[in-house]
Design a protein around this ligand. Sequence first.
Ligand SMILES: Nc1nc2c(c(=O)[nH]1)N[C@H]1C(S)=C(S)[C@@H](COP(=O)(O)OP(=O)(O)OC[C@H]3O[C@@H](n4cnc5c(N)ncnc54)[C@H](O)[C@@H]3O)O[C@H]1N2
Ligand code: MOO
Ligand SMILES: [Mg+2]
Length: 637
Amino acid sequence: MSLKSKVTGLILAGGRGTRMGRVDKGLQPFRGSTLVAHVLARLAPQVSSLAVNANRNLPQYQAVAGESPVLPDYLDGFAGPLAGLQVGLQFCPTALLLTAPCDSPFFPLDMAERLHAAMEAESADLAMAVTMERDPEQPDAAPFRQPHPVFSLVKTSVLPQLEAYLDTGARRMEGFYKSLRVAEVLFDDSAAFGNINTLEDLQQHERAAATAPAPAPVPARAHDSDPTALAVGEARRLICARVTPVEATEKLSLLNALDRVLAEDIISPINVPAYDNSAMDGYALRGADLPAEGASATFKTIGIAYAGHPFTQAPQAGECVRIMTGAAIPPGCDSVLPQELATSIGGDQITIAHNAIRAGANLRRAGEDLRAGGIAIAQGKLLRPADLGLVASLGIGEVTVRRKLKVAFFSTGDELRSLGEPLEDGCVYDSNRYTLFGMLQRLGCDVIDMGVVRDDPRALEAALRMAAKQADAIITSGGVSEGAADYTRDIMALLGDVAFWKLAMRPGRPLAFGKVQTAQDSAWLFGLPGNPVAVMVSFYLFARPALLRMMGTDSTLPTMQARATQAIRKRPGRTEYQRGIVSTAEDGTPQVRLTGAQGSGILSSMTEANCIVVLHHDQAGVAAGQMVDVMLFDGLV
Ligand SMILES: Nc1nc2c(c(=O)[nH]1)N[C@H]1C(S)=C(S)[C@@H](COP(=O)(O)OP(=O)(O)OC[C@H]3O[C@@H](n4cnc5c(N)ncnc54)[C@H](O)[C@@H]3O)O[C@H]1N2
Ligand code: MOO
Ligand SMILES: [Mg+2]
């Protein structure tokens, strides 16, 4: 039996809030929600059920507590924490009760575990947190032991003793504890037990968290078959509306700028081409000299213009200049006759028939590619080979690009083994990290591989904190659905404003998105589902557009239509993404077939595929021969 299943959590929120001007402490706004909501989020991963002890504003507490009960004191007159403990023990459906006050939102995530270990070791009735403190007025004096009686793990069986103690009229926690076997557990992080006593404390904490994001968006659109599922487009819109491009930029030489995002418009300093030039090898002449209908004309060649070696003399009537492709058009000329269109060429004479060319033909005009002073490439462009060429054509050798996006990623799950480790029974090799690595690398991110993180609250919290410190975005896989051993959701919720969505799509139904926030750092979190195909589909649909936006650019996935060679089953009310192989039919038109089993754990059918067949939200099954939308893998950068 796990410890969690034996413990009920009790939040003590029944006080008068005397030091906060009698406001209801637990309901004070704190980091985007309320103090009590933060305490609840910290307690929830450690317990199997919860209750809140409160004596005022019960509906507001109930809204936070959800399905857990809100219990007012049985005793009258704000009798203090023991009165809360009494109703908590009366309610407690498990053998142990873990208490925490509503104004201490920082206590350790392994508090239940550590208190329990001491309770067992010392056969105690109650285990209580203790820290070592120093008197700020006398920093040189020896540290003293500070008990925290409101942070306790207590056996439910002490209730009769507590009621007997309360019957005497006594109300002090310390007094009651004297009648019990108490184990004291020393925690080394005293700040973790700090509470928020005054409005100034609260304001100070709020200022420290001034960069905290707006609360995670609430799914706005329900649909017919599952009223809580969010449509794909809506989820993508909500995500992309929140992220913003990284601001830092760097100057790079052109050869280092491939696949980077341009941060400033490139203004053309020159006309491209810089001068009128010939598009053909042939003869430059004046269009006015071309022969009239039914006639022919003979021209005398007076010189040669090579690319890079202009001929600067203007021909007179009946004269022309031999010219090579790219050479500047000599003064006075406005047309070029390609040499193969001359009727005859002999010595320095050429003959041209009527209709061989029109006046103005085969000229590349100055500035026809780019005008001096115009925007050659707008900021936000992901620089491709053609862009490098265009920039070079302007004589520009350096560009300003946005800094690379840093993306940390890790896999979660106790069943995962990394390459090189033996595969024990019930375990699988971690494949998602490799898929994610590939997809992130293709996007041009700086990747930070954080390995496999066990389903352990401390490890998950440490990993998320570390990731938020180093990266702009964090991508995790696994633990976002509703499995029993998954702490991922709790810890994500604890460290930030993270929304957990159920999406009207398949695969990729569960998704977590929000901001992980620590005292100094923050990062956008994409909690992708664990199934190996789901992780890829979710990445392409949600993480990719958001990461591109953070990189300062955007790009939609290319889709095309192809004829389904088989019937495909599908029910309306969710978008389905099926793996397919697109090819060219005998009649030259595109066709698509599915790669077989479409289970979201079947990665082999993903490697066989070269496209995803998109069956839209309202679409029903597809008959063989019908056209369907497909997303080509080759376009997925
Ligand atoms: N009762 C419900 N159960 C499930 C639901 C649901 O709505 N109600 N959703 C299902 C769907 S759809 C998906 S997708 C999965 C997502 O679950 P999690 O994100 O919690 O992922 P895990 O439970 O951790 O893992 C699911 C599956 O994937 C394997 N996995 C996880 N990580 C990796 C990895 N790095 N490499 C390879 N394989 C991995 C894991 O072993 C599990 O088999 O939940 C469904 N359940
Ligand atoms: O949607 Mo889950 O993503 O299919 O297996
Ligand atoms: Mg799960």
